[in-house]
Write a protein that binds this ligand. Sequence first.
Ligand SMILES: Cc1ncc(COP(=O)(O)O)c(C=O)c1O
Length: 522
Amino acid sequence: MVEMPKAFTADRMEVASEAQTFTGNRALAIEEPLIFEIGSSETCGVDFEEPEETESRLGGLERREPMGLPGLSEPEAIRHYVRLSQKNYSIDTGIFPLGSCTMKHNPRLNEKMARLPGFGDIHPLQPENTVQGALALMEELSRWLLELTGMEAVALSPKAGAHGELCGMVAIRAALEDRGEAGTRRTVLVPDSAHGTNPATAALLGFSVKAVEARADGTVSVEAVRDRLGPDVAAMMLTNPNTCGLFESEIVEIAAALHEAGAYLYCDGANFNAIAGKVRPGDLGIDAMHINLHKTFSTPHGGGGPGAGPVVLSKALAPFAPVPFVVKEGDRYRLIESADAADENAHPFGRLVAFHGQMGMFVRALTYMMSHGADGIRQASEDAVLNANYVRARLRDVLSQPFGDRPCMHEVLFDDRFLKGTGVSTLDFAKALIDEGFHPMTVYFPLVVSGAMLVEPTESESKQSLDQFIGAIRSLADAAKSRDGARFTSAPRFAPRKRLDETRAARDPILTYREPLPRAAE
Ligand SMILES: Cc1ncc(COP(=O)(O)O)c(C=O)c1O
């Protein structure tokens, strides 16, 4: 038996491979140790000269032992990180059907534009006259967003959808303060199918949250909203299309009822990618809505948070938009940084971020919009809806749908009734998909549906890739029904790691490196 260094046995985690090898590697998939296990603090990728002896100014606070930082040569460091990156699954690897997340292709043209030196190397503290192009781009992006949404004002600075929710709800609070009703309107209505960030945002701002139940068809009725309305209600937060993949068909009536009662309608626009270019939220009576640029407009997820979550505001809320924002004066652009610099109609509620937002995301999103054009954006929405309905139609005979078999928007929701009596859970089913080479769909969300499986294929998947995904799901559904339980309960069997104890990982995470000791300190 070949004796391997401890690091290579990965003894702290169970390796999923059933084909055992001497090395722990499987073919050219290398079992990668932690960086601490391969590095030693005596190694360095760079040659430094010995520092001159100088008198310490730390007054006895000097470190007495080595820190145990792993030192690696350049080739070792590169191999380590390249091997880790090869374990990643991403939208560039295959279909990533996470419902509500819109994992769609990020066109490389966006990347090319974002890397232009004038955008890529810009600094937020540069004088205004040196960043006229960047300000022009922000103004252009604002115009596209306003055109697509039919709204009055936009705040570009929020850095994610949830941050946008905060922005929109603070604007609502500011409008209520202006009306002298902030003290009495303390309730926010949220449907029970909402994303957790909606009630969390309202609660963070001190509102009390009242749930509105959906009807048996998965949507919210205007009657249910009216039942909850009163002089205490500040706003309703409604997602449209909702998290069950359905269009809220009574949204116009709901908006009218809220307005009549003196409240506002906040729309969670995470699913705007289903209707962009088709429906203008302003026409639905919405007062504030965030747009996750990393979903609808294909900017990458990650890289400084989810990315950017601009908020569009109706005429009623526009005066309260936060600073900074861009204004065009003649052929020059100015960044308005404070209420004093704005015109007399503006009453900005303050500012949310240190600078102006995520410039790189603005460039990518505008590139996506301009390269698609108005017709391309509309087609992207149509294709996203078409793809989700194709998946629905091809799986309707083997999976179960909580609200009946009817057309969905950009994502299709299944529940766990088709697994009844099989001993296989939604989680087992999702893990078995990993073994088949597919990233699972979103599971157990929305919470209102038992064992939910939310599939969002997005418009960027081809029919061939959808057919492969559908084929895998059909085979797994057959296997579950024919009691091939081991395939599920032990899944994933072929991933680098077996199934994690997710509860323990969340409740008792080990966040610091412990064993074995770094070699330098041994
Ligand atoms: C419906 C819905 N609302 C809000 C959010 C929060 O958006 P973000 O992740 O950009 O903060 C998400 C994110 O997935 C979502 O799906």
